[in-house]
Design a protein around this ligand. Sequence first.
Ligand SMILES: Nc1ncnc2c1ncn2[C@@H]1O[C@H](COP(=O)(O)OP(=O)(O)OP(=O)(O)O)[C@@H](O)[C@H]1O
Ligand SMILES: [Mg+2]
Length: 177
Amino acid sequence: MRNPELAIKVRAVDRHTPIVKSLRWPTESATQEFARQLAQHPSLQGAVVTLRGDLGAGKTTLVRHLLRTLGVSGRIKSPTFALVETYELPNFTVWHFDFYRFSDPREWEEAGFRDIFCGPGLKFVEWPEKACGMLPQADLDIDLVTELDESRAVRLTSYSALGVALLVGTPLLQEPP
Ligand SMILES: Nc1ncnc2c1ncn2[C@@H]1O[C@H](COP(=O)(O)OP(=O)(O)OP(=O)(O)O)[C@@H](O)[C@H]1O
Ligand SMILES: [Mg+2]
């Protein structure tokens, strides 16, 4: 979909009552297992997934495990400095954003971010709060909190039909917290 206005309208119509699910990841292996399951969901390839949490909460780690399951080999860099890393997969493209250092709204247009968010493909977004007002509504938000024992308390919120499908279709999310 190359028409930005149309894309924004479609997303606005798709807005859903948020559904929240909670999980706990005691170790990185649990994060990896969740990533493996989410990566296998057939609807993920069109999703906008935002990732929240402090520095070191595990946002990039989750995306790395997702990308590995999707077949990305080689080094997976954190996009902290480049703002975005792109992965061309056989059937779709994945964009991994990190807006921690994003400060100039003009860059949104100049770097083509508007076009990326209006087009197809999978988008992961770390530090979405730094680009608020420009980002479209996410399908799924993943919020990570590091607990005293280093486990991660995870809150997943869906904001669209696609997001609900991701929550419903991911086996780990069907278990009691
Ligand atoms: N359960 C867990 N899930 C994810 N990462 C974990 C977990 N337990 C420990 N870690 C470790 O925590 C670190 C998380 O770092 P990561 O770069 O993913 O954080 P981040 O949220 O992307 O930070 P930033 O905001 O700086 O980009 C990694 O070193 C990872 O190995
Ligand atoms: Mg990161």
